[in-house]
Design a protein around this ligand. Structure first.
Ligand code: SF4
Length: 239
């Protein structure tokens, strides 16, 4: 059990609270550096695919595959799909049943198959076959929510964007960077707290940190390099 009294940031000004906290005063970039050093051997699957294939198309496919799916499954399935359908034209011409077979055992593989093919056809028709860069255009595609759109912008196009998934949302609230319920609220606060040049790193660093250290149910606070400073907000038990 956590025997500390958690310090709750004021609801209206979580970023202000963060900035007045001594350990945050030095640099928010340092926070990412410390987390990164703790999980230096780990990379999220979409980041890995982005580095390997270096195309927005590959990132788009793997991001859709990754929804509610474990990293190791995302990685294997994405490679299978990209090998069979290497570009947007091939994907647009895919048979939904064949693609669904390739997508197994990713979660919702039937829905993802239909969404990926529909999205590919819309990208061909409306965007000349190029994966859009604008959030609004990405959000208009089937199967694409805000998290997917931000990740495609960041990892696919290298544009500044903060993708708030469950790990980023949870860790940010535990650390007191924000006091939010919805990922969209977290995204806004993190965008104000971190410099634009560090936005892409927020997801890259916090996802493996959330998988290896700041785990969902019982975080490894005893192994965490932030244990002395972290207020552990909302943490009922830890290891
Ligand atoms: S001290 Fe615990 S709750 Fe805080 S960031 Fe580290 S693992 Fe997460």
């Amino acid at each position: 059990m956590n025997d500390r009294q958690p310090l709750r940031p004021p609801k209206q000004h979580p970023c202000l609270w963060m900035m007045t906290t001594i350990w945050m005063k030095s640099s928010r970039k340092e926070l990412l550096d410390v987390m990164e050093a703790a999980v230096c051997d780990a990379t999220a699957s979409v980041t890995f695919i982005a580095a390997r294939y270096r195309t927005p198309f590959a990132v788009f496919v793997s991001t859709v595959v990754s929804l509610r799916t474990r990293d190791e499954v995302t990685f294997a399935v994405s490679q299978r799909v990209l090998s069979e359908y290497p570009d947007i034209k091939a994907l647009a011409g895919a048979d939904a049943g064949d693609l669904a077979e390739l997508l197994k055992p990713a979660a919702f593989y039937h829905n993802k198959s239909v969404s990926l093919i529909d999205a590919a056809r819309q990208i061909l028709g409306r965007h000349a076959g190029e994966i859009p860069t604008q959030i609004e255009d990405l959000l208009a595609l089937p199967g694409v929510g805000r998290k997917t759109a931000q990740l495609v912008r960041a990892e696919g196009h290298g544009l500044p964007a903060i993708c708030v998934d469950i790990h980023v949302h949870r860790i940010s609230n535990r650390l007191g960077l924000c006091d939010t319920r919805k990922p969209e609220e977290t995204e806004k606060i993190l965008a104000a707290c971190f410099q634009e040049q560090d936005w892409i790193r927020v997801n890259r660093v916090m996802v493996p940190f959330g998988q290896k250290v700041c785990a969902p149910v019982s975080p490894w606070c005893s192994r965490c390099p932030l244990q002395a400073e972290c207020p552990r907000i909302g943490v009922a038990r830890n290891r």
